[in-house]
Design a protein around this ligand. Structure first.
Ligand code: TYM
Length: 327
């Protein structure tokens, strides 16, 4: 069975973009791969975050993984900080990464441009740690949204570089990007990615938003003045984004949705998308509330950490030998 690995940073409340671009994909693949899904909490402190908030986000993220349908019987779910091997291999790969290649990472450029002060060295070297996350488990595939594909490409380069310099050690992974919904856009600014760190909550649907409020956000989504329901991301980004959300949540192909909307307007489309989002969030949150109450989270993490550590420690021992740490 091939191996798949992915993770999410607990830096804020999870959005519908995280679900459609990532979590929904994990669930689709969990029966067919040996799967590792983790909470990237070492990555979360690359930007300032209060300990209390980090703790809450972490617990919510695990509960949402489970509520969305990740099955701990099939998937190894764990907390990155529980497995020391991530930081260990992260350092080795940081020392293999070029300053120039890290400077070219578009996410670093975007984030450091937005934030005027307090840009940390961790934010800069974070893609090397992400490479370690992936390479420790010999992942064949890494399901991610579009914004993370550059980091997976860097991971491939680092794996090949290490293998060449020290002999074959790492499997070279491939990014796996969903056809529908690799980038869900902000509802108020449909040229921009829907993001956990967005200050304007009107453009972002959080998975823990009140479902009625989320429906209203869809109703208020920015569209255009053309008045035709068609998929044209360049000229009609807002409408195309709504069609993507509807298609991803209902599994109806976009063509078939647009065919149903011939001669109909944006009001009707927004109503349908709003209702689908409302139902989706209502069901997800009911399961989330049960999971939070049940205390299952701690058990899942303890089991996950044990299995992940076994595999990751073995890989680090190999690496330590090859680079010359073990004498
Ligand atoms: P993060 O936490 O920013 O995002 C988690 C996942 O959600 C996807 N995503 C989206 N997909 C579609 N539309 C959007 N608007 C949207 N916003 C986010 C992201 O592409 C990602 O797949 N560096 C990673 C976390 C990470 C990781 C890893 C991932 C750390 N180590 C190893 C894979 C493998 C990150 O910051 O994702």
């Amino acid at each position: 069975m091939e191996t798949m690995l992915s993770g999410i940073k607990p830096t804020g409340r999870l959005t519908l973009g995280n679900y459609i671009g990532a979590i929904g994909e994990f669930i689709k693949y969990q029966d067919s791969y040996d799967m590792y899904i983790f909470i990237a909490n070492l990555h979360a402190i690359t930007v300032p975050i209060e300990a209390k908030e980090l703790r809450k986000n972490t617990k919510d993220l695990i509960a949402l993984y489970l509520a969305a349908g990740l099955d701990p019987e099939k998937v190894t779910i764990f907390l990155q900080s529980d497995v020391d091997a991530h930081a260990k291999l992260g350092w080795v790969l940081t020392c293999l990464s070029g300053f120039g290649e890290l400077s070219r990472m578009t996410q670093f450029k975007d984030k450091s441009q937005k934030q005027e002060s307090g840009i940390t060295a961790g934010l800069f070297t974070y893609p090397s740690l992400m490479a370690a996350d992936i390479l420790l488990y010999d992942a064949d595939y890494v399901p991610v949204g579009q914004d993370q594909t550059q980091h997976v490409e860097l991971t491939r380069d680092l794996a090949e570089r290490f293998n060449k310099r020290y002999s074959d050690t790492f499997r070279v992974p491939k990014p796996l990007v969903t056809k529908v919904g690799a980038k869900i856009y902000d509802l108020q600014n449909p040229e921009k990615k829907m993001s956990k760190s967005e200050a304007n909550p009107k453009g972002t649907i959080d998975l823990l938003d009140d479902p009625a409020a989320a429906r209203n956000k869809i109703k208020a989504a920015v569209t255009d003045s053309l008045g035709i329901v068609q998929y044209d991301p360049e000229n009609q980004p807002g409408v195309s984004n709504l069609l993507t959300i509807l298609s991803a949540l209902s599994s109806e192909p976009i063509d078939s949705i647009t065919a149903r909307y011939e001669g109909k307007g944006y009001g009707e489309l927004k109503k349908e998308v709003g209702d689908v989002v409302f139902d989706f969030l209502t069901e997800l949150q009911a399961r989330y509330n049960e999971i939070i109450k049940s205390g299952v989270v701690d058990k899942v993490l303890a089991e996950g950490a044990e299995k992940a550590s076994r595999i990751a420690n073995k890989k680090v021992r190999k690496v330590y030998k090859k680079v010359g740490f073990t004498i």
